[in-house]
Structures are given as structure tokens and as C-alpha cells.
Design a protein. Structure first.
Length: 91
């Protein structure tokens, strides 16, 4: 399912590690935003990573599942990557 991951991480080091982790799962569309196509297992991986590697008393990660109907209604202005421009190949 289309998923948007948004984060606000206090530490530069933790932020860089999370960004590297998320690059394996999706496309960075803005500084603190990744757009991904994730299954339930991959969402669990992100949640586990956050629990094990972030300081959740000061860091925040939000995971939004976005249905296809909602994506069709999305308004995107300016530069950036959108789900409709993501190319995925499943091997």
C-alpha cells in the first residue's frame, strides 16, 4: 500500500541513520518525508527500527497509509516525486 513516512529526529546521527534505512524502502520526496509502497511486514520493520534505534522521548516518526482513492485526490504543487512517478519492479 502507498505509505508516507514523516519524521522529526533531534540528533543528526540518528536522523542520518533513519534516512539511510528508509532509502531502502522508498523515495525521499522532501527532507523529512519518504513515499513508499510497503506491505505490513515492512511497516513492522520501520516500527521495530524506530523502537530500537531512536529516542522516542524526543524523536517522532509518523507512518501514514494512503489508499489509492486518496492518492488520486492528492494535490501536489511544485517540485518533488509523487507515487504516480515511482517505478517499481518486483522480481
Amino acid at each position: 500500500m502507498n505509505t508516507v513516512v514523516v519524521y522529526d529526529i533531534a540528533s543528526n546521527r540518528r536522523r542520518a541513520h533513519l534516512r539511510k534505512f528508509l532509502k531502502e524502502l522508498g523515495v525521499r520526496s522532501q527532507k523529512s518525508v519518504f513515499e513508499c509502497r510497503l506491505d505490513s511486514r515492512e511497516v513492522r520493520e520501520i516500527r521495530t527500527y524506530c523502537r530500537d534505534n531512536l529516542d522516542l522521548s524526543v524523536d517522532a516518526v509518523r507512518i501514514y497509509r494512503v489508499c489509492a482513492t486518496c492518492m488520486d485526490k492528492a494535490i501536489i504543487q511544485g517540485q518533488g516525486v509523487s507515487f504516480t512517478r515511482l517505478d517499481w519492479e518486483i522480481l
